[in-house]
Design a protein around this ligand. Structure first.
Ligand SMILES: [Zn+2]
Length: 429
């Protein structure tokens, strides 16, 4: 009953989100063929819109489009690289946008190259609606509790009374888990026992640590938990197994990125389905994923190479979903940083330390000793002389006061065997 009242209150506060959710839910009753037709139409509409309303696509696609949009062959259009997004951010914004309503977001991505992009309230509400649809695949219903474990500190707003009320009616709590030890793990396990969430969602590495703590201390977890939703990082089999054991529920992998959320979701048969009413996905050279957002009319993203790998998977899934399937490649492999004081710091914390600093082409934090951290930076031009001191101060305040920190400029940041950049590496592991 309380869930229902919260749901009504939240629906009044976020009417757009629930309207969008209704539309998304209806798409699930379309057939595979109908969804494919809709996707082709949405794709053609997006390309025509981008060419008509942005400087970037008008120039990039000049001479490449057929007269009849129905004849569009997307594979003939150029790939949108991260470098291109960095270089053309302003030119990618549509001329239909009221710029006063845009905000700047940053990727918490898997490769060592930060990308910034614009978003607005509509994009946020659509993202949340898409996530709500995903949760419903596990039997969650609007109004039921979700506990988030989040590794990106900048995403978490101060805990004001207003925010606490909004969290209450949204039935959501978010734990900023960018640094923690046994004390925090104990507190979070206790919170799960007493607050009794229906879903647990967040970074795979963090939830796996909570799960290991729960198992090691033989803590009973509430039967309210229906599923764990893993996001933002690669979910390893070992992590999946400890989560399933600790919380006695299904563990689901979600796929999306900040620039283009809600790309795919794993179903109860363990297959990753692509949300073709929100994205178009291609697998290019070396399984490089190229993703087109079918909904972003603010800053269109067409054939965007987000740095992940994977491929389309033919066939029908036994779960009955009309959405096609894909297989994910493994490429986001980063380490936790440990401190003398016994803390473990999530890789995303270091990723976000460089937000807003321009001119960075690539970066890599390497912990060489328990009290020594080196940042390899590949930059265009010169870096601000105060940067080393500023980052060091932040690390001393938030990570460990005894951590030595040094920046080394280089144009040779090593890739992993799979050809991907890792941005946080610990030699202690
Ligand atoms: Zn399925």
């Amino acid at each position: 009953m309380i869930d229902y009242i919260k749901y009504r209150l939240h629906k009044n506060r976020r009417p757009l989100r629930y309207q969008l959710l209704q539309k998304l839910l209806l798409n699930q009753s379309l057939s595979s063929t109908q969804l494919l037709d809709k996707q082709q139409q949405d794709l053609a509409d997006m390309v025509v819109f981008a060419v008509g309303h942005t400087e970037y696509y008008k120039n990039a696609y000049r001479g490449l489009l057929p007269d009849d949009p129905a004849q569009l062959d997307i594979t003939r259009l150029p790939v949108l690289s991260k470098e291109a997004v960095i270089a053309n951010r302003e030119q990618m914004v549509a001329d239909t946008v009221d710029k006063a309503t845009m905000r700047l977001g940053y990727t918490g991505g898997s490769t060592g190259q930060p990308v910034s992009f614009y978003y607005d309230d509509y994009k946020m509400e659509l993202m949340r609606a898409g996530m709500s649809r995903s949760y419903m695949w596990s039997g969650w219903r609007p109004g039921q509790k979700i506990l988030n474990f989040w590794g990106a500190k900048q995403d978490i707003k101060p805990n004001s009374l207003v925010k606490r009320y909004h969290d209450y009616i949204a039935a959501e709590q978010t734990i900023g888990a960018y640094e923690y030890g046994d004390d925090e793990l104990a507190r979070w396990a206790h919170l799960i026992q007493t607050w009794r969430p229906v879903l647990i969602q967040g970074y795979a590495s963090i939830i796996a640590d909570v799960a290991r703590y729960v198992i090691d201390h033989k803590l009973a977890m509430p039967t309210s938990i229906r599923a764990v939703y893993s996001t933002a990082e690669v979910l390893y089999d070992e992590q999946r197994a400890v989560m399933a054991q600790a919380f006695n529920c299904r563990v689901t992998n979600q796929y999306g990125c900040r620039e283009i959320p809600n790309i795919g979701l794993e179903c109860c048969h363990g297959n990753m389905h692509i949300f073709t009413d929100m994205v178009q996905l291609e697998s290019g050279e070396d399984d490089q994923l190229l993703i087109t957002s079918l909904t972003n009319f603010l800053m269109p993203m067409i054939r965007y190479a987000n740095g992940d790998t994977g491929r389309l998977k033919p066939g029908q899934c036994a779960c009955g979903s009309p959405f096609p399937m894909m297989e994910m490649g493994m490429c986001r492999s980063n380490d936790f940083i440990k401190t003398k004081g016994g803390k473990k710091i999530a890789p995303s914390y270091f990723n976000r330390l460089l937000d807003g600093i321009s001119g960075i082409r690539q970066y890599q934090f390497i912990q060489t000793e328990i009290d020594k951290l080196i940042l390899h930076l590949n930059v265009t031009g010169e870096i601000d002389k105060g940067l080393q001191q500023a980052i060091q101060n932040q690390i001393h305040g938030e990570v460990d006061p005894g951590m030595q920190f040094e920046i080394i400029l280089t144009d040779d940041i090593k890739r992993t065997v799979s050809g991907k950049y890792r941005f946080v590496i610990s030699h202690l592991n």
